[in-house]
Ligand binder design. Sequence first.
Ligand code: BES
Ligand code: ZN
Ligand code: ZN
Length: 480
Amino acid sequence: MSTQLLSQAKPKANQSELYLIGKKEKLTNFGFSKTEINYLQKRQKEGDKYILLNRFTQLIFVQFTEEWANKSVAEQLETCRGLGHKICVALNTHKYDSIFINHGNHLTETLAIAEGMALSNYQFLKYKSDVKLSNSLNQICVETETNLNKELAELQILVDAVYKARTWVNEPQSYLDAVSFAKEIKSLAISSGVKCETLTKKQIEALKMGGLLAVNLGSKTAPTFSILEYKPKNAKNKKPLVLVGKGVVYDTGGLSLKPTANSMDTMKCDMAGGAAVASAICAIAKMNLPYYVIALVPATDNRPGENAYTPGDVIKMFDGQTVEVLNTDAEGRMLLADALAYAKKYEPSLVLDFATLTGAAASAIGSFGTVCMGTADEATKNQLKIAGNLVHERLVEFPFWDDYAALIKSDLADMKNIGGPVGGAITAGKFLEKYTNYPWMHFDIAGPAYLNSPDKYRGKHGTGVGVRLIVEFVQELCKA
Ligand code: BES
Ligand code: ZN
Ligand code: ZN
């Protein structure tokens, strides 16, 4: 399922339309009837900026653009996405299949409206029998404008990438286990012009990825480790940007079984980081962005099978460091550590990891943003935060003082896999840091990756968070 974004010269008869109208423009210039103009003027006097006209064969949306005047660019874009969402709901409620956006020279705003509309139109109906549940809207047509062609094509790729990441997250573990996840990643990579190698259990064993193998011990399904590489000839960077994503296709907690009621219900979302990085690198390739990027996705489920790793175990990791396991539910860091250590071989300029890593990050800021921390320089951190604001995947940097590293010291091994009662998101980050020797940022998406109730164009369930942030960040790097 996809929503098409098209460039179109003129509205078709009876096609629904959106008009973006500036303060100085005359309402008589748009072909509205007298009655309609009277109505619009009355509503405008009452201070309304968004007005819906129901012509019964089409819906006409009018948005007065002065509403955006005093806002920051990021706020304007987000308001526009919200407008796109509102329009999407109205079109689907009234069963229309397409809309024409008269851009009125508000080009960036038009793209953001189209983005919000398309993202809002996502559905996951694979397991529903009732075909009538399907949204009617399937085409978003933007008034042709030469300067928009490239952007519109890139937006289509981006929207498809977010859809893909959401669908992977929404698929239950019975369909998407570590092996099928790796297969899906590979097929997307191949169709996107990205090289993809899937390490099998044998290869993972030969490499001695102790963290990933330990988590996998309680499972009947083999682990996988996907390596994606996009290296365009015209790349701006010599050393790659490496993306790492947690690919726990289901997290029961293992022998330290998840304790609280319902806390396991949504744990199919624990591969959201892996979904985001795999989908993002493929989008970057489809856009032909001149940037050398690698993505790594270690994947397994975390279960209490008879051979499961246990609290009290000591695990030798890929890089030789040892970990005292005190909670098997802190499994994400075990496999991420191996992937981060593996990333060293690329001598990366920067590594970004995305993971639904801790409940602590989710309780600290909810689903309103992503917790981040790391060792990248301030300029890089700023670029990431700016990108986060522009796509409204906002970043909150947590302190990363070494005091927190003291909390994961172990009497028995080089470190333990849990900290104390405070700073759970940060001690998890400190654990990961021990496996890095390059500039690095960690994004804990446990809060925003999966929503139980709908939030505008993010919808409900898998949000695809991370995809738009990564793509925006790389687009900016390419402009530099
Ligand atoms: N996958 C969970 C974190 C999570 C929580 C993701 C809520 C999405 C929503 C992770 O593997 C986990 O269980 N973390 C533990 C760590 C603890 C045992 C140190 C947690 O946060 O409780
Ligand atoms: Zn866990
Ligand atoms: Zn987990």
